[in-house]
Design a protein around this ligand. Structure first.
Ligand code: ZN
Length: 458
């Protein structure tokens, strides 16, 4: 490793400047000029900071030190420098760049009684939570998996675990592959740990890094952390883009301290984690019962086309009319963004009295629309699969159009079905898979939900 393991005289740095770096790995050229110039000028004397070439050779391959990806020689800029394509979203790393890392024994406050959450775990939730903490603490199992169906309250189950780490002055990260999930999580976590510093980081927020003790972030943002966390909770491990992306999986491994712990959360765990659990390499905690003790709604399958000629098919019209007449509020899922506008237009023609909006990933008003639907200012939300996870609505039904489309996986169908019946007082909602064919993925989704319903509690 041609690492310039220069470490330097950084005591002269102000506390604020040091806090900019704690647990971080940043590109030298992305830092404020006065900081980067001082680091560079002192590069021979560094002792706490680590300054290393951002792309280095390993066994004859060029490797990006930020994300661990191979950099093929064809990734070359007109300047002749190589650059990493894999982590481009966080700013370009080239062979002319340096990364700055700081591993520091930063003393966070010991947050005793930091849990300000006023809710109560059910007995089953409490048991799972205690068990997870016990395994981290006593049996030294640094990686664990919590498999909990949607609506089982898995976030709340992690609160006592988080609190135990904060109480020891340790640092905790809670990450998800999805921005929506982070946005929803942040206010809940902030309220649950009101006296602790909590930060939110993803591509659409531009808060100054404050060295927070508790971090909510997308998995992508972990590329900016280095051995930072004593506990890292990875939500939705089966979700795009985390699942199947080795770069993000490496980012998780790098962001945790060498002695740190990881807790994976999922309602539909990927097979490699389940087989690791089967081989007893990964402790698995299982909570099938939803927090209000009710079951997941089993999807009804209705067969039909969406359009016949220029109109909705009569099957679809009847279904929609029935829901509208009963004044149900509902989500309509579509597999492809191109269909949103025409289907919305048809819907408005048929039901001009119903308040409806469309939402998709790049929609600038996405957060507002989701909030309006939650506040019951909208009766119907027509959405792509961006709302398949993490979002919580009370008392709704869900219609999945073209449920046989290849864009849906078994996991996404199970997740979408899980949007229904999430509040104790409105646990009965309807989920309809609307499609022309009954695919294997649909069949598996229905089977998985039935199976989870028979499992009961812990
Ligand atoms: Zn990279």
């Amino acid at each position: 490793m041609g690492e310039i393991a220069v470490t330097f005289n950084e005591r002269e740095f102000s506390r604020e400047q040091q806090e900019l770096f704690n647990g971080r790995q940043l590109l030298l050229n992305q830092l404020p000029t006065e900081v980067s110039e001082r680091l560079w000028a002192n590069r021979q004397q560094l002792t706490y900071f680590q300054l290393l070439p951002a792309i280095q050779e390993r066994h004859g391959d060029q490797v990006c030190q930020r994300c661990g990806s191979l950099v093929p020689a064809t990734n070359r800029l007109p300047t002749g420098h190589e650059y990493c394509r894999q982590c481009l979203a966080l700013g370009r790393v080239t062979s002319a760049d340096y990364l700055v890392r700081l591993q520091q024994d930063y003393q966070y406050p010991h947050q005793s009684d930091c849990l300000t959450w006023s809710g109560q775990l059910t007995t089953a939730q409490q048991q799972v939570s205690d068990h997870i903490l016990q395994q981290f603490r006593q049996q030294k199992r640094p990686e664990q998996l919590l498999w909990a169906v949607t609506g089982a309250g898995k976030t709340e189950m992690t609160f006592p675990v988080i609190a135990a780490f904060l109480a020891q002055g340790q640092r905790v990260g809670f990450v998800s592959p999805r921005v929506d999930v982070c946005n929803e999580l942040f206010p809940r976590v902030k309220a649950a740990f009101a006296h602790c510093s909590v930060g939110l980081f993803h591509g659409q927020v531009h808060e100054q890094y404050q060295n927070e003790q508790l971090i909510i972030a997308t998995t992508h943002q972990l590329l900016r952390f280095y051995q930072a966390f004593d506990l890292l909770i990875v939500d939705e491990v089966d979700a795009f883009p985390y699942a199947g992306d080795p770069m993000l999986q490496r980012a998780v491994a790098t962001a945790v301290k060498p002695q740190g712990n990881r807790l994976y959360l999922s309602a539909t765990p990927p097979s490699q984690l389940l087989s690791a659990a089967k081989r007893k390499q990964l402790p698995l905690h299982y909570l099938a019962r939803r927090f209000h003790g009710r079951q997941l709604p089993v999807p009804e399958v209705k067969f039909g086309k969406i359009m016949v000629g220029q109109e909705f098919s009569s099957t679809l019209q009847n279904l929609l009319r029935d829901w509208v007449q009963r004044q149900r509020r509902f989500l309509i899922f579509l597999p492809e963004i191109v269909d949103l506008a025409p289907i919305a237009q048809k819907f408005k023609q048929l039901f001009p009295q119903v308040s409806m909006a469309t939402v998709y990933a790049a929609d600038e008003q996405r957060a507002t629309k989701v909030q309006n639907f939650r506040d019951e200012k909208l009766a119907v939300l027509l959405t792509t699969t961006i709302l398949e996870r993490g979002v919580t609505f009370a008392n709704i039904d869900v219609l999945i159009l073209a449920a046989d489309h290849r864009n849906y996986s078994t996991a996404s169908l199970v997740q979408i079905a899980g949007r229904v019946g999430r509040a104790a007082e409105f646990a009965n909602g309807t989920v309809v898979f609307y499609s022309e064919y009954y695919t294997l993925k649909m069949r598996r989704a229905v089977r998985m939900i039935r199976h989870l319903n028979t499992q009961g509690g812990f």
